[in-house]
Design a protein around this ligand. Structure first.
Ligand code: 5MY
Ligand code: ATP
Ligand code: ZN
Length: 483
């Protein structure tokens, strides 16, 4: 693939925009017309994993078994750098599933170590401390992805400068359905009633990673009803964490604590100062008096999400996870041709008494005891379902793992919506009407962060899953006992 090269002298023209666990994103603030309106997505490297040099590697990034899982997508299977791998995965796997109108694959660009070193130094103080402690820009990365900045609209031909402000809302929805598969241990039956997001909140809170438990529910967002979506949006604004970010003209206005936004919120119910900043910032965007703009913004976002098929598409891809990690993990060991650790440890445990606490489920504080005969029925079903998984053909197993990994991407990606009031000119952009003010807005909607998840993560996923569920079940049990 012919690749554009980023000039080292451009390093100073890239400014920090944001980051996740795996990538840092920079926005272009220079004057090169080919780069105006673009962001650059750079790979990070864990602080203790700096030795890996990918520059001279010509071998595929994926290990043999991964190459065979993705064999029908040759550009994915054969990619020799992480950036080419991720680009091919978005283009060939995720785009056809999610829709080309919602996926921007970006373009890989070559970057030098000097460029990366200069950029890394320039952005250091803008990065959240906790992110700095975990990972740095990967100075050995030969490529980065150049993508349109979806917090802004490109300036239209013939229009000399921006006339209206743009608001962009980024949502990380997480998993929007409850698993129903019989491959789950009956001790974890609570997973059929409480979302993984909600349970994970309790674990993160106990570990000190959160200041409060989120009131957001992915099940509301994916409910398919405008009431559910509105409720989810309201909750996201109340407890944004890393699930909501709002940008005005490309600058982060609102987010969870520690992300460097003007208005940072963890629990804003009583925070008049934060509300004031938001209301003020919406002047010129929502033509209503102070005090009425914020709610209207939430209604506008709801309308946009409700009318589009983006959430439904995403949910369908998330649901490719048919067997839950509790099923997929068995297949993981099979395709690696090693003994199934899970079956091995459950056979070692068999004969022990069923843990009374673990065989209860708690829904909104209400205790539902799974009686022992029901528990035994469920256990038998699980044993049968797991045996069936182990007996599938290699091709069937590869498909299950592939679908599981695709679903994992869909459970961790973000949606970004950008809106700009329609001014006098017209063009081919899509338009939505605000349900409250009837003001018209241009809009665009994209998925962000559609990275491939690696096969080696499965044991970690399983371990985390068990930790999340058992902590939740036990914490609910002790709450019930003490009340
Ligand atoms: O496991 P989860 O649900 O906590 O998701 C991880 C995210 O955590 P969060 O959404 O905050 O709970 C996590 O996000 P944060 O670092 O917490 O912002 C990453 O997105 C991680 O993906 P990767 O390591 O970049 O491939 C995510 O890991 P994957 O599970 O998607 O591989
Ligand atoms: N095309 C884009 N336009 C505007 N902003 C972007 C774009 N891509 C990414 N960003 C911003 O940069 C942030 C980090 O990007 P991204 O989600 O790709 O990182 P990540 O490390 O892959 O995330 P995760 O932690 O979920 O793995 C995003 O949350 C978003 O705010
Ligand atoms: Zn097994």
């Amino acid at each position: 693939m012919a690749t554009m090269r980023m000039a080292d002298e451009e390093a100073g023209a890239w400014s920090y925009k944001g980051e996740g666990a795996a990538n840092i994103v920079l926005e272009y603030i220079g004057a090169n017309p080919a780069l105006v309106g673009k962001v650059l997505r750079l790979r990070k490297t864990l602080r203790d994993h700096k030795i890996k040099n990918t520059i001279s590697e010509k071998a595929p990034v994926l290990i043999n078994i991964e190459q065979s899982i993705w064999a029908d997508w040759p550009d994915v299977a054969s990619a020799t750098t992480t950036e080419i791998l991720q680009h091919a995965y978005v283009k060939d796997v995720m785009l056809p599933l999610l829709g080309k109108e919602y996926v921007d694959t970006g373009v890989p660009v070559a970057i030098s170590q000097n460029f990366l070193a200069a950029v890394a130094q320039n952005i250091q103080e803008k990065r959240p401390i906790w992110r700095q402690e975990n990972a740095d820009v990967d100075l050995l990365s030969p490529l980065a992805l150049l993508i349109s900045d979806h917090t802004k609209f490109s300036i239209l031909p013939g229009v000399r400068e921006k006339v209206q402000s743009t608001i962009a809302v980024e949502i990380k929805p997480k998993c929007g359905f409850l698993p129903t598969t019989t491959t789950m241990d009956p001790a974890n039956v609570v997973k059929k009633d409480v979302s993984r997001f909600a349970m994970h909140q309790h674990l993160k809170y106990m570990e000190g990673k959160l200041k409060s438990i989120s009131s957001y529910s992915p099940l509301d967002l994916f409910s398919g009803t405008s009431e559910g979506i509105y409720h989810a949006i309201e909750s996201l604004f109340r407890t944004p964490q890393n699930n909501l970010r709002v940008f005005i003209d490309g600058t982060k206005l609102f987010s969870g604590v520690g992300e460097g936004a003007k208005a940072e919120v963890e629990c804003m119910r009583d925070d008049e100062g934060v509300l004031q900043i938001i209301e003020d910032s919406l002047e010129g965007f929502i033509p209503l008096p102070l005090g009425e703009r914020f709610k209207t913004l939430q209604a506008l976002i709801t309308e946009l999400l409700y009318r589009s098929d983006m959430l439904n598409r995403l949910l369908a891809v998330q649901k490719l996870d048919n067997y839950d990690i509790e099923g997929a993990i068995h297949i993981y060991y099979d395709i690696l041709e090693t003994k199934c650790n899970v079956c091995l440890s459950s056979s070692q445990l068999s004969g022990k008494r069923v843990d009374d606490v673990a065989s209860m489920t708690f829904v909104k504080g209400e205790q539902l005891t799974v009686n022992s005969s029901l528990h035994n029925d469920m256990k038998n079903q699980q044993t049968e379902a797991v045996a069936q998984l182990h007996s599938l053909s290699v091709e069937e197993k590869k498909k299950i793992i592939r679908d599981f990994l695709i679903a994992a991407t869909a459970k961790d990606c973000s949606i970004i919506l950008a809106l700009q009031p329609v001014s006098s000119f017209t063009d081919e952009r899509s338009i939505i009407c605000c349900p409250v003010t009837k003001q018209q807005y241009f809009y665009k909607m994209f998925f962000l962060d559609l990275d491939l998840k690696r096969l080696k993560k499965l044991p970690f996923y399983h371990e985390l899953d068990q930790k999340i569920v058992s902590y939740y079940a036990h914490s609910q049990a002790s709450r019930t006992i003490s009340s």
